[in-house]
Design a protein around this ligand. Structure first.
Ligand code: FPP
Length: 225
């Protein structure tokens, strides 16, 4: 598997179950992300995309949005040396113009500092699959108003056209929806759902997901001979 994508769901319910604040759940979620990135690298995966903040998440309480943004900002500022030492390339995908100028600057700095990394961590921020398709359509229209639109030509206008489509998408915490995540890119992705809350996602769960994926027969719409 080359590319794993994850909908990191259940931070709030994890916090509630432990009598903690929602932001504590997100903090524990960020720690789970560090663990899972390590498992990915051990498994030879090259790209990990995680859904950290959706276009819909702006509707959450001001306290939660602010808390998530400061968690993100702290993550970006504190992880630089570790990411470089581990050859991780950081990317942000989404409507980044919605983020504050301060965070945009921090993101650009981290992307530049880690650009030679061999493993890619793509963090979806103010991301929506429909927004991505609309943004790509507008960008295409501006760049090539008379051109013929093909799937390949369209792809070049997505947020990260150089990242291959995800092979597997994991969603934690028992929800069975895609919630606007990687709509275009997930056309042939496999899905794996688990009841475990994201902060509790560990090696055992990771191995279970890898095993389930290994058993699937991927035809990509064609027939196996
Ligand atoms: C969904 O759980 C999770 C989020 C909306 C935020 C995900 C963010 C992180 C895991 C940490 C930040 C990441 C980085 C890169 C620092 P939920 O709040 O919807 O949980 P609930 O459905 O149980 O309420």
């Amino acid at each position: 598997m080359e590319h794993l994508a994850i909908i990191m769901d259940g931070n709030g319910r994890w916090a509630k179950a432990h009598n903690k604040l929602r932001i504590d759940g997100h903090r524990a979620g960020a720690e789970a992300l560090d663990r899972v990135m390590h498992y990915c690298r051990e498994a030879g995966i090259k790209y990990l995309t995680v859904y950290a903040f959706s276009t819909e998440n702006w509707k959450r309480s001001k306290a939660e949005v602010t808390g998530l943004m400061s968690l993100l900002s702290r993550y970006i500022r504190s992880k630089k040396d570790e990411l470089i030492a581990n050859s991780v390339r950081f990317r942000a995908v989404g409507r980044l113009a919605d983020l504050s100028a301060k965070i945009r600057k921090e993101i650009a700095g981290l992307e530049e500092a880690t650009k030679d990394g061999e493993f890619t961590l793509a963090v979806a921020l103010s991301y929506g699959g429909r927004a991505e398709i609309v943004d790509a359509a507008n960008a295409w229209r501006r760049a090539d108003p008379d051109g013929e639109l093909t799937e390949e030509a369209f792809r070049a206008y997505l947020y990260a056209p150089d990242i291959p489509d995800p092979d597997l998408i994991i969603r934690t915490s028992g929800e069975l929806r895609t919630s606007n995540f990687l709509l275009w890119e997930s056309a042939y992705s496999e899905y794996y759902f688990t009841d475990v809350f994201w902060p509790d996602f560990g090696k055992e769960e990771f191995d279970k997901a890898m095993m389930a994926y290994a058993k699937r027969e991927r035809r990509m719409g064609g027939r196996l001979k």
